[in-house]
Every structure is written in structure tokens, then in C-alpha cells.
Ligand binder design. Structure first.
Ligand code: HEC
Ligand code: HEC
Length: 296
């Protein structure tokens, strides 16, 4: 009997040591981003650039969806999983990153998913923003640099157990985006604006449709994860829609079947401000996708 207890004790001790080691491995992985090639852009504060950035932030890329209505920041994890994660205050007010962030810092966070303190960002959808052209990204940064300052202090991110294990190891590639970005392919010229599938693919990426509708756009299921966005490929309901049906759905929030889309879960009120050309381009792209069955 004593021998058995002794062995159980040894096994438990070994497991405990393993968990402690994995905790530190996960923590270190989240706090120390690997070296990646970055592609800083030249930001000029001219009126056209700022106006373009304002449009991108408010209508297309939904920064306010997670960083708050005034970009003052928002809490994501507050003690759950022993961890604390806030989407930071992006303004130059007290507690905001705006006052001290350089153009290179902005580029690194947006297109590569790395924070200024070299931590690997979680939840922040940089995998979709990685598509940003240099000109659009420069406009986005120009706008962000001059938004009204808001005072709002958040603590720095703190990852504790079991968040370190989940975020740093088990769900690392779901929660962080660093490995799903081809860092060498980032940047470059803008896709010419027009009602083309190519421009639509660009818009779908920088509007992060895939964050809620799945990276392959065949939908998200699930209770605890992000809100379930339906299949947008021709394999879903959209297979029977016309271009006019699609544009009307985004403009009014009502589907051809008469279903009213939630304003809180699907940012259609913002997308409804897109131009006809942009919505036609998005439709052309969605329509060109293979008809995939709903993700399960
Ligand atoms: C789906 C939610 C979500 C959206 C949309 C989003 N963010 Fe974030 N962002 C976050 C979270 C959460 C963090 C903090 C991540 C962490 O600390 O691990 C973050 C971090 C950042 C950082 C890093 C700051 C630092 O501490 O170095 C910047 C910069 C940023 N976001 C800018 C933006 C901009 C600009 C947009 C719009 C183009 C945007 N975010 C859209 C959730 C989001
Ligand atoms: C923040 C999450 C989120 C983002 C980003 C998002 N969606 Fe949605 N979308 C949803 C959710 C959730 C629903 C279901 C809402 C409901 O039924 O009330 C939805 C529904 C839809 C529908 C209706 C589909 C159907 O079968 O009824 C369309 C079309 C749609 N989204 C298109 C888009 C497009 C195009 C983009 C990018 C430009 C996009 N969505 C970005 C969350 C999102």
C-alpha cells in the first residue's frame, strides 16, 4: 500500500512540474514574438489620407467594435483563465498608446500582430489587416494619430494559469495570428478599385468578414467562441441570392427571407455606408468562391 501511495505521489509531482514548465513555456511564447520582417509605411498627415483613414476605421475595419466607440479601449478577459486582456486605448489621451506609438509600431501591430512590448497580440485580427496596402495603411495611421484624445487607463496584459496553457500552447494559433500571416508578403500597392472579385477579396479581408464568418467564409459554429456568422459561400443561403439581394441585405439589415440581422453581432450599419462599387466587388468575390458546406 505504502509503495503504491509513494508512486502516486511521484507521478503527481512529475505532472505538477510538467504543468509548471508548460505554464512558463506558454507565457514566454505569448510575451516574446518571433523575429519577423516588418514593412513600415510613410505616413503623411494630409487631408485626403486622414479622410481615407476615417472611412477605413469607421466603415470598413471595425476598430471600434473591439476598441470601444471612442477608441478608448475595452476589456476582454478580466480574471477569467487567471488572465487580464484589454484591447488598448488607441488615442493619445492618458493611458492611450497614440501619444507614443511610432508609425513602425502601428505597422507592426496591424499587419504583423505584435505589440510594442514585443508581445504576440491575442484576438486582434491582424491576419485580416495584413492585407492592407501601404497607401490605405498610411491613411489609417494618419487618421488614428489625430482622433480626439480620451483618458482611459488599462492595465498591461497579464497572462496567468491556465490562460498561459490555453493561449500560449493549446489554442495559440486560434487566439494569436502571428503564424497565419505571411510576413514577407505583407504590403505593397493597392488593388485597383472596381467591381471586381479581386477588389472584393481585398475588402473582405480588411473588413475582417472572416473573423466572424470563418477564415474560409463557410461560417462559424459554436457557443463559446465568436458569434456564429453564417456561411457566405454559394454553399450557404447566399447561393440563391442575386447581387441586388446581397446589396439590399447589407444596406437594410434584412435578408431576402425577411430575417432582420442583429446590429450588435453583424456590423451591417457600418457596412451599409460602403459604396455600390465596393458592395458589388464583395459580391463578385463571394459569388466566385467554391460552394462550401457549412463549417462544422
Ligand atoms: C476583434 C477585436 C478587435 C478588432 C476588430 C481590432 N482590435 Fe486591436 N486589439 C484587440 C485586442 C484584444 C488587443 C490586445 C491584444 C493583447 O494584448 O494581446 C488589440 C491590440 C491592438 C494594438 C496593440 C497595441 C499595443 O499594446 O502595442 C493596436 C495598435 C490595435 N489593436 C489597433 C487596432 C486597430 C487600428 C483596429 C482597426 C483597424 C483594431 N485594432 C481592431 C482587439 C481588436
Ligand atoms: C463582428 C462579426 C461579423 C463581421 C466582422 C461580419 N459579420 Fe456578417 N454576420 C455576423 C453574424 C453574427 C451574422 C448573423 C446575424 C443574425 O442572424 O442576426 C451575420 C450575417 C451576415 C449575412 C446574412 C447571411 C445569411 O445567411 O442570412 C451576410 C450576407 C453577412 N453577414 C455578410 C458579411 C460580410 C460581407 C462581411 C464583411 C464585409 C461580414 N458579414 C462581416 C457577424 C459578422
Amino acid at each position: 500500500m505504502k509503495r503504491v501511495l509513494k508512486w502516486i505521489g511521484i507521478v503527481l509531482a512529475v505532472l505538477l512540474v510538467a504543468v509548471v514548465i508548460l505554464h512558463f513555456v506558454g507565457k514566454s511564447r505569448l510575451n516574446n514574438a518571433p523575429e519577423v520582417v516588418t514593412k513600415p509605411v510613410t505616413v503623411t498627415m494630409d487631408e485626403t489620407a486622414v479622410a481615407r483613414g476615417e472611412y477605413l476605421v469607421n466603415t470598413v475595419s471595425q476598430c471600434r467594435f473591439c476598441h470601444g466607440d471612442q477608441l478608448e479601449g475595452e476589456i476582454f478577459l478580466d480574471g477569467d483563465l487567471g488572465s487580464y486582456v484589454a484591447a488598448p486605448n488607441l488615442t493619445s489621451g492618458q493611458g492611450g498608446i497614440g501619444a507614443t506609438y511610432t508609425d513602425a509600431d502601428w505597422e507592426r501591430a496591424l499587419r504583423h500582430g505584435i505589440g510594442r512590448d514585443n508581445r504576440v497580440l491575442m484576438i486582434m485580427p491582424s491576419n485580416f489587416y495584413a492585407r492592407y496596402s501601404d497607401a490605405d495603411l498610411a491613411g489609417l495611421i494618419a487618421y488614428l494619430k489625430q482622433v480626439p484624445p480620451v483618458d482611459s487607463n488599462w492595465e498591461p496584459r497579464h497572462m496567468g494559469f491556465p490562460g498561459t496553457l490555453i493561449g500560449g500552447l493549446l489554442a495559440y494559433d486560434d487566439l494569436t495570428r502571428i503564424n497565419s500571416i505571411d510576413h514577407t508578403a505583407v504590403g505593397g500597392k493597392s488593388v485597383p478599385e472596381g467591381a471586381t472579385a479581386e477588389y472584393g477579396a481585398y475588402m473582405v479581408s480588411i473588413a475582417m468578414c472572416g473573423e466572424c464568418h470563418g477564415a474560409n467564409l463557410a461560417g462559424i459554429v459554436g457557443e463559446d467562441g465568436p458569434p456564429p456568422g453564417p456561411n457566405l459561400t454559394p454553399g450557404g443561403e447566399l447561393g440563391d441570392w442575386t447581387e441586388a439581394d446581397f446589396i439590399n441585405t447589407i444596406r437594410t439589415g434584412e435578408t431576402p427571407a425577411g430575417r432582420q440581422l442583429s446590429r450588435d453581432l453583424m456590423p451591417w450599419p457600418a457596412f451599409s455606408q460602403m459604396s455600390d462599387t465596393e458592395l458589388q466587388a464583395i459580391w463578385a468575390y463571394l459569388h466566385s468562391l467554391p460552394a462550401l458546406p457549412d463549417n462544422s
